[in-house]
Design a protein around this ligand. Structure first.
Ligand code: XLS
Ligand code: NI
Ligand code: NI
Length: 435
């Protein structure tokens, strides 16, 4: 068994003046903010795939990360070695949660039943780890997009056998997630979409996805899983047209297939940007339609048009998203999963720590700013005042017709006068809360 992180100490909060790069400057897990500790509010998670599985490849070159568990050898032993190192990482970082795909934790077998046995072996190992650790599982998910069987989609595949394989995989992974005390179950439709309409029957594929997700919801109730079912929207990549494009698109889909009470959303920053929305737009939309669930926290690169999954490091950019989340009470069973990877030149064990420390500090610092913003109240007041005339015009939303309004406009000589939207004033106000 390897000890990849042996030279890294346990990361402690040392305050903003510390010059130790292996310390938290803002993430003081026990600091009280808006009635709870930072740790309880932020519910941050390390993701298994980017942090322990990703080898650092890009379209022009392969592996740059030389992790001991990626070397050749017995695959199950390697999975156990990876698990040991992962838990050492979680504990040294003091992270409360982690997330995984089924295929991240264990290798696939030759058949579905063999894969299921291998999964069980590693799930039992994880279960033992959880008994003695403070770390918990935020969510699990099935990878229905990497294997070549899924190249034309999983639930939306033209081949019903692929649909069945995917369904069996989700059943297995949801049950394993529940067994490990997972607090949510995520479905990202990796290849649920299409490259060209030339070979695609869109209505058929949407109906398959609707059926699939109905079975997932049914199974959740059958096994008594209490966590949230979450769909993660993404507009493109890997397919050109993803069926779960953005929050609004997923909401329409859920309503059509009678699922709007069964699923909530896992919203990812970088996916919002790829959909040409802001992160706060996606969150505000989900909250206003009661489908907000959880967050994949990361950041894109505004100069490139794909999912670069970088660690968040920009407080200003996160203030509004966090404001929406935390002025509405914060997370229930969701949290902030760092769906982010280090750059391929960051090849050392400490690079993984720098990335997560920076991200946790950024989120802590943002929440501290948001607490000020909420307590100050002037932003909320501005919004309230902007819409306050509606309180005395309720009949416009209820009883009046176009004819009534037409008469009213003439009788009262209504002649609206434009008012400033105050964008720059508001931008300055928001910035004033960032320390
Ligand atoms: C990919 C997605 C993926 C999901 C989990 O872009 O973000 O990582 O979060 O399948
Ligand atoms: Ni994600
Ligand atoms: Ni992503």
């Amino acid at each position: 068994m390897s000890d990849y992180f042996k030279d890294i100490p346990t990361i402690k909060y040392e305050g903003r003046d510390s010059t130790n790069p292996l310390s938290f400057k803002f993430y003081d897990a026990n600091k009280k903010i808006l009635g709870k500790t930072l740790e309880e509010h932020l519910r941050m998670a390390v993701c298994y795939w980017h942090t322990f599985n990703w080898p650092g490849g890009d379209p022009f070159g392969g592996q740059t990360f030389l992790r001991p568990w990626m070397e050749s050898g017995d695959k199950i032993e390697q999975a156990k070695d990876k698990l040991n190192n992962a838990f050492e990482f979680f504990e040294k970082l003091g992270i409360p949660y982690f997330c995984f795909h089924d295929v991240d934790i264990a290798p696939e077998g030759e058949s579905f039943s063999e894969t299921e046995k291998i999964q069980k072996t590693i799930v039992d190992e994880i279960s033992k780890k959880l008994e003695t650790s403070k770390v918990k599982l935020l969510w699990g998910t099935a990878n229905l997009f990497s294997h070549r069987r899924y190249m034309s989609g999983a639930a939306t595949n033209p081949d019903p056998d692929v649909f069945q394989y995917a369904a069996a995989q989700v059943k297995m992974c949801m049950e394993n997630t529940m067994f490990l005390g997972g607090q949510n179950y995520v479905l990202w439709g990796g290849r649920e979409g299409y490259e060209t309409i030339l070979n695609t029957n869109m209505k058929q594929e949407y109906d398959q996805l609707g059926r699939f997700l109905n079975m997932v919801a049914e199974h959740k109730h059958k096994i008594g899983f209490k966590g949230l079912l979450l769909i993660e929207p993404k507009p493109h990549e890997p397919t050109k047209h993803q069926y779960d494009f953005d929050s609004a698109n997923v909401f329409a889909f859920l309503q059509k297939y009678g699922l709007e009470r069964e699923f909530k959303l896992n919203i990812e920053q970088n996916h919002a940007i790829l959909a040409k929305h802001s992160f706060e737009h996606e969150i505000a939309y989900a909250l206003s339609n009661d489908i907000f669930g959880s967050i994949d926290i990361n950041r894109g690169d505004y100069l490139v048009g794909w999912d670069t999954d970088q660690f968040p490091n920009n407080v200003e950019e996160l203030v509004l998203p966090f404001y929406y989340i935390f002025k509405n009470g914060g997370f229930s069973s969701g949290g902030l999963n760092m769906d982010a990877k280090i750059r391929r030149q960051s090849i050392d064990p400490e690079d993984l720590f720098y990335a997560h420390i920076g991200s946790m500090d950024t989120c802590a610092r943002t929440l501290i700013a948001v607490e000020k913003m909420i307590n100050d109240g002037s932003y909320e007041n501005f919004l309230k005042q902007r819409y306050e005339q509606w309180a005395s015009e309720k009949q416009l939303m209820t009883s009046m017709s176009l004819e009534d309004i037409h008469k009213n406009v003439i009788a009262k000589n209504i002649n609206p006068q434009p008012k400033s939207g105050r964008q720059e004033y508001l931008e300055n106000l928001i910035n004033s809360f960032v320390d």
